[in-house]
Design a protein around this ligand. Structure first.
Ligand code: NAP
Length: 483
């Protein structure tokens, strides 16, 4: 399974250029250089893909769960057998450390497909029995042609997380990865051919969100949209798709609280905070970007956290000792640096990092910055209200449980939170009051595939993950039998 210089669409079982024949540049963020090109698709490509999907739907939706299980399992096997190649491609495309792509992104992509391949064998629907009168049972039927649109931060990881449940229950899929990180989605198309996925069941389109993405969400034959990305894009998708009564699942941005009480296990809280702050260069919707530390422990925690952050190794994504690689793009790096400047304007103190790193050799034009910790900002400052999506966190003291709940809930986002304390009653009380879709106690980013996932407010609507995803991608038809 090899990456190629020209990333083509996968439509109706074949790799093909876009209808226009045009390509966009694909950058390696660590070198800042163009290293591949992706099909610049538009409405005509979406039309072709939808027609292929519609042709494939009757057979795919009726071939039975065992057939779908077998083909999807084969697809998971192919990713597993090509782990190195996929991980290498993911690292080059995103700038993330190869070690992370190899141990997290690609194994998870494989696990997503395997999980949903097997889950349909166990998927059951409800029955409601009324004595001496009737039985109601629920048919769970695939929706038809559905769209899956994913972001660049966990490319194959999130792409497969959407595609796998959609296919498993019998839908045909039109999917689009981010134009910033399309390579492993392209390779997935090749793997689908090798796995024997029937033509038209999965179609992968490349190009820009504003062109091909927009054409997908506007297409009247697309019944449902599963989208992960920024809140502004999610709002635009809802604006177009809601009046067309498409089923929508929107997994959007976050501005998550990381709450550290002074009775926590200090070492575990520090290590967890390092991970939640800077994993994947802070380019995770689940990053704990607002850190609240109880006053009695604040100075000690802050000093230790700053020291450990300064020890993180930033640079060559292929070095086994690298903790943080490159940021995804020049534009994104500039956005992050603008927030560091804003933090100073808002009265914040940069405790460490926040500056671009001058690199030498092949990485001299890459997008590298030192991870930043900022203190002295109010919970209501813009830096504490807007998603930065980079290696930038703020740290703030708090006095009481009531106060920190107020601070944590003081954003319009509602994705995730972590709480560090040995007092499980307190942790549970706090969790109950947090306005989030996902919370961890003495942990961060423990993502069991069986659990529901999603946010509140500006972090989105709907739940995916586990059975929730199978429910999203099916229509629940109730059937009442009188006897
Ligand atoms: P984005 O700009 O919203 O893009 C996400 C996807 O939507 C990309 O494939 C993009 O294509 C496409 N797109 C853009 N405009 C579109 C349109 N008008 N119609 C249809 N599709 C369109 O987000 P991103 O910058 O890739 O990702 C970062 C964001 O994702 C962050 O805010 C992060 O919090 C969020 N995220 C959320 C979760 C979660 O589970 N809640 C997980 C990961 C990331 P192009 O790439 O071509 O623009």
């Amino acid at each position: 399974m090899k990456p190629d210089k020209y990333i083509k669409n996968y439509i109706d079982g074949a790799l093909q250029p876009s209808d226009s024949g045009e390509y966009l540049d694909n950058y390696n963020p660590a070198t800042g250089k163009v290293y591949a090109h992706l099909a610049d698709s538009a409405t005509a490509d979406v039309q072709k893909a939808v027609e292929a999907a519609e042709r494939a739907f009757p057979e795919w939706s009726n071939c039975g769960t065992r057939v779908r299980y077998r083909i999807l399992s084969r697809l998971a096997d192919i990713i597993e057998q090509n782990l190195e190649a996929f991980a290498r491609a993911e690292s080059i495309d995103t700038g993330k450390p190869f070690t992370m792509a190899r141990s997290v992104d690609i194994p998870r992509a494989q696990a997503n497909i395997r999980f949903f391949a097997t889950s349909i064998i166990h998927f059951a629907s409800e029955a409601h029995y009324s004595e001496n009168e009737s039985i109601n049972f629920t048919l769970r039927q695939p929706l038809g042609v559905v769209a899956c649109i994913s972001p660049w931060n966990l490319p194959l990881y999130l792409f497969t997380w959407k595609i796998a449940p959609a296919l498993a229950v019998g839908n045909c899929v039109i999917a689009k990865p981010s134009e910033l990180a399309p390579m492993t989605a392209y390779m997935l198309g090749k793997a689908a051919i090798e796995a024997g996925l029937p033509n038209g069941v999965l179609n992968i389109l490349h190009g820009s969100g504003s062109k091909v993405g927009q054409a997908m969400i506007e297409h009247p034959k697309i019944q449902a949209i599963s989208f992960t990305g920024g809140t502004a894009t999610g709002r635009e998708i809802a604006r177009i798709a809601a009046p067309m009564f498409k089923k929508l699942s929107l997994k959007l941005s976050g501005k998550n609280a990381n709450i550290i009480f002074d009775d926590c296990d200090f070492d575990k809280a520090i290590l967890g905070t390092l991970r939640s702050s800077f994993s994947n260069n802070g380019q995770l919707s689940l990053s704990g970007s607002r850190i609240f530390v109880q006053a009695a422990m604040y100075e000690k925690f802050k000093d230790d956290f700053v020291k450990r952050t300064q020890f993180l190794k930033i640079g060559d994504p292929f070095s086994p000792v690298t903790d943080l690689g490159a940021l995804i793009s020049l534009e994104h790096m500039e956005k992050i640096l603008s927030y560091i400047a804003l933090a100073e304007v808002e009265g914040g103190k940069i405790l460490c990092g926040g500056d671009p790193i001058p690199m030498k050799g092949q990485y001299e034009s890459g997008y590298f910055i030192r991870p930043a910790i900022i203190e002295g900002l109010s919970p209501n400052s813009r830096v504490n209200q807007e998603e930065i999506f980079g290696p930038v966190v703020t740290i703030m003291p708090f006095e009481t449980e009531t106060e920190v709940i107020e601070f944590a809930n003081a954003t319009e986002y509602g994705l995730a939170a972590s709480i560090w304390t040995k007092d499980i009653s307190k942790a549970t009380r706090v969790v109950e009051k947090l306005k989030v879709g996902v919370a961890w106690i003495n942990d961060w980013n423990n993502r069991d595939l069986r659990t529901p996932f999603g946010g509140l407010g500006k972090s989105g609507i709907g739940r995916e993950g586990g059975m929730e995803a199978l429910r999203f991608f099916t229509n629940a038809k109730n059937v009442g039998i009188k006897y």
